[in-house]
Design a protein around this ligand. Structure first.
Ligand code: HEM
Length: 291
């Protein structure tokens, strides 16, 4: 670990040694000339430092001497070897030293993670640990019609969905493929459905009149897509402005009367699709129940 020693400024001063006889029990004060101080324990660090300084000075003077000799030889036109490094010169850490330190630190963290959790990344699934997060993708502005072309019906095209204006490539999600439980969300900005769960009635970006709880749910899904490790943002979708005078989409959860009918609608988001998968099937279940 010589690099560590270098970074700390070289060798540590040797501990102060007690003078041989009792008559020598007093030494010169390193701070005030002509004053003698005792070699009692409390003074030892100062005395050790004094010894160290003196040793450094001797080394430096020796080096200056050698350098002078070398310069004289050069002046006489004699051949000389390379200039020796001043042994007392302060070592600079420098960029390379810092980089080295960071590499060792990362290695240490990764190996500790492997030892403790069995994963070099401490079992983290964060998108920040995936290379693709740092590779910029071509962002595109979609119209609603253009976005609809990416609903998975063309197997040659990727599958895109939008949420509150942001378009994501979700081709890696099985649920969005034709026949998948959430195919109804593909090729469209169904921000409202993400908030309310009304997949059929709320296939719209119109989020007027949502409750605080629903807005929280929407935010949950926005973060879900933004931080997903295999979905990538591919652009934005531009929507025509919503007429403020137009009615707010009604909730599919009717309070009374045809409640059963509404529930049936809920569990069958897309008539052409199978029912949403049972909650016991996936890890996402836990996340959903929080909504
Ligand atoms: C506000 C209500 C809900 C919304 C907005 C919603 C939305 C979603 C979305 C977007 C996915 C796909 C996640 C991905 O890309 O991996 C998903 C997956 C899933 N959801 Fe929901 N969900 C809701 C309620 C439910 C309910 C009530 C159930 C249970 C009946 C359910 C069961 C599942 C299951 C099992 C998956 C995994 C599907 C798979 O990976 O194939 N969800 N949900």
């Amino acid at each position: 670990m010589s690099w560590l020693k270098e970074m700390a400024g070289g060798e540590a001063p040797a501990p102060y040694k007690e003078p041989a006889g009792p008559s020598e029990a007093k030494v010169k004060d390193p701070a005030i000339p002509n004053r003698m101080v005792s070699t009692k324990t409390a003074n030892k660090p100062f005395l050790a430092y004094k010894e160290y300084r003196e040793k450094q000075e001797r080394l430096h003077n020796k080096w200056v001497e050698k350098k002078k000799e070398r310069d004289e030889k050069i002046a006489r036109g004699e051949k000389v070897g390379p200039l020796e490094r001043d042994p007392t010169a302060e070592e600079e850490v420098g960029l390379l030293g810092l980089l080295k330190f960071l590499v060792y630190l990362l290695l240490f963290v990764a190996l500790t993670g492997k030892f403790i959790t069995g994963s070099y990344l401490w079992e983290s699934d964060s998108k920040w640990l995936h290379l693709k997060t740092y590779i910029p993708t071509n962002q595109r502005l979609f119209s609603e019609r253009q976005l609809a072309l990416f609903d998975g019906s063309d197997p040659m095209k990727p599958i895109y969905l939008a949420i509150d204006g942001d378009v994501y490539d979700v081709s890696s999600g099985k649920a969005y493929k034709p026949g998948g439980s959430y195919h109804i969300l593909a090729g469209v900005d169904a921000a409202r459905a993400f908030a309310t769960g009304c997949f059929v009635d709320h296939r719209t970006h119109d989020i007027r009149g949502l409750s605080e709880r629903e807005l929280k749910g929407l935010q949950h899904w926005k973060t879900f897509f933004a931080e997903h490790k295999t979905y990538t943002k591919v652009g934005k979708v531009s929507h025509p402005p919503i007429d403020p005078a137009s009615p707010i989409p009604e909730s599919c959860r009717t309070p009374k009367g045809d409640k059963k009918e509404a529930e049936a609608k809920q569990t069958k988001p897309d008539e052409a699709q199978p029912k949403p998968p049972s909650h016991t099937q996936s890890k996402q279940h836990a996340e959903h129940q929080e909504l």
